[in-house]
Design a binder for this molecule. Structure first.
Ligand SMILES: N[C@@H](CCC(=O)N[C@@H](CS)C(=O)NCC(=O)O)C(=O)O
Length: 217
């Protein structure tokens, strides 16, 4: 009997969006249960030790942390492969996923939750720009291809895609210049936004909802 997959979600969450991208890439059917993060239900808190989404429930077993969920999906649904073949390239992909989480997402969080604090905005902009510059260098160092690890779409791309699906809301907030001069990142963003799985994973009305959230409306 095949497994059932239920993704516990919040529609604006970039971490949930990554796992949706991977599920779409794998062609795996899944259910979604949306919760209110301001009023987390008890059943959710029982499943999620950190109280965070996403949680993927596989045949009643909850798996948390988007990077772990995505690696799990790669293991149980090997086609199409979303990690490169060689050990070095696989390690490199995992390292950039960690970098995205610990540096880029951290900087974006500082920016998104600054709530009008100018010092916090400046700190967020600096961290995000620094992270994007490192990504630009990594993209320049590629020998070929449109995606992070080359010609094939992979887990690093699924991890970074939600940053770029939120870019129109970043522009609306006046932060679009963060990409100035980063030609490879700009081309990479266009390639990600054109990807079917990225479009399918994107929440309805994402830009408008993100802008409202960022403006504290
Ligand atoms: N490291 C986690 C981060 C997930 C995360 O921060 N989710 C946010 C929503 S985007 C959340 O559930 N926040 C609720 C809370 O912290 O109380 C992952 O990659 O899954």
């Amino acid at each position: 009997m095949s497994s059932t997959y239920t993704l516990i979600s919040f529609d604006l969450c970039p971490y949930v969006e990554r796992s949706r991208v991977v599920l779409h890439e794998k062609g795996q059917a899944f259910e979604q249960v949306f919760i209110d993060l301001k009023n987390k239900p008890d059943w959710f808190l029982k499943l999620s030790p950190r109280g965070k989404v996403p949680v993927l429930v596989v045949d009643e077993v909850p798996i948390f942390e988007s990077a772990v969920i995505n690696e799990f999906l790669e293991e149980v649904l090997p086609e199409p492969a979303l990690l490169p073949e060689g050990a070095v390239e696989r390690a490199r992909a995992r390292a950039w996923i960690a970098f995205t989480n610990d540096v880029l997402m951290e900087g974006l969080g500082t920016l998104w939750f600054a709530g009008g604090d100018a010092q916090q905005v400046a700190q967020g902009l600096k961290t995000v720009r620094g992270a994007l510059e490192r990504i630009e260098e990594a993209l320049r160092a590629r020998e070929e291809g449109t995606y992070f690890s080359g010609a094939s779409f992979g887990l690093v791309d699924a991890t970074l895609a939600p940053v770029f699906t939120r870019w129109a809301s970043m522009e609306a907030m006046g932060w679009g210049a963060l990409l100035d001069g980063l030609e490879e990142v700009q081309a990479y963003s266009r390639a990600l936004l054109a990807r079917e799985s990225v479009q399918a994973a994107r929440a309805e009305g994402l830009t408008e909802k993100m802008v409202a959230l960022l403006r504290g409306e």
